[in-house]
Design a binder for this molecule. Sequence first.
Ligand SMILES: NC(=O)c1ccc[n+]([C@@H]2O[C@H](COP(=O)([O-])OP(=O)(O)OC[C@H]3O[C@@H](n4cnc5c(N)ncnc54)[C@H](OP(=O)(O)O)[C@@H]3O)[C@@H](O)[C@H]2O)c1
Length: 309
Amino acid sequence: MRFIEFGGNNTKVSEVILGTMRIWEKTPQEVATLIETALDSGINAVDTAPIYGPSEGKIGEAFARMPGLRDRVWLQTKLGIRPHPRIKANYFDFSYEHIMESVDNSLRMLQTDHIDSLLLHRPDALMEPEEIAKAFEELHEAGKVIDFGVSNQNVAPMKRLQRYLPFPIAANQVQISAAFTPVFDSFFNVNMQNEASAMRDGGIFEYAYDHNQAVQAWSVLQHGYFGGVFLDQPEYAELNEALERIAADHNSTKTAVAINWVLRYPAKMQAIIGTTRPERVSESAAACDWEMSREEWYEVYLSAGNRLP
Ligand SMILES: NC(=O)c1ccc[n+]([C@@H]2O[C@H](COP(=O)([O-])OP(=O)(O)OC[C@H]3O[C@@H](n4cnc5c(N)ncnc54)[C@H](OP(=O)(O)O)[C@@H]3O)[C@@H](O)[C@H]2O)c1
């Protein structure tokens, strides 16, 4: 396993993170087994969020069941997505009150006294950076949260928020996979008039470089927006052939190659895996065991249907 230095204390956090959005049918014992498998495979990080239903509660129960487990894990949760009280939809809330309330609730659900990393889950149009900064500083001083980051944020709001924060935004969690590549498409298609040239994120990789920020990729095996896994899908036959070929050359698997591809980008990259099966956790952790060549990286990008200028 490879590790990055994360946040203000340069904490060693694994490049592969165990995501827990899909553990709703798992028992606390199964969740404990999943986390232990991750730890045994070199993954020391767990990602959750209040909006993932029972996820935080099940992780908390797993911690309670296995003394010492919490202390071996770097724990990240999020906040700001709330079910609307009247309309059947979620809305976003980065108000001071909601931030403070959400963290206290997460600490209770997770049965812990601190969160290692707290992310603002999806940008709130009504956010006021002063309010967020006040909440973050109080949470940090109280020892409830160590580092802070964002998720699904463009560069402009990150810049606005950063102006008010006394510490750097440690991470930006965004969707990236071999079959979901807008971050790369706009990078390649400079000053062109095709659809791929549209830079909609404002250059999140460049921002991450400049601010020592981790980029955490979510849904690393999915196509589209929650479109499903691309592995073994006929519509991604060429991509699967490329993954298979590269896997054979490295005594690896298609899953590990797909994760390796995301991690290969030369920034502080992390990949959040969403499997609920212990055997796939170990397989995914092995993604870090070797480094993909430039030719292999481009083979995957092009096999997914992308075209370079
Ligand atoms: N910040 C955000 O807005 C955001 C949004 C979405 C997710 N996330 C985070 O990212 C994490 C990962 O997201 P994700 O769950 O969408 O990621 P993912 O790893 O791309 O997808 C996981 C799904 O793929 C299946 N899968 C894994 N390996 C497979 C294989 N070899 N063949 C077939 N199916 C396979 C899993 O099924 P099995 O369980 O059966 O293996 C699971 O249903 C989440 O848990 C969450 O922590 C963040």
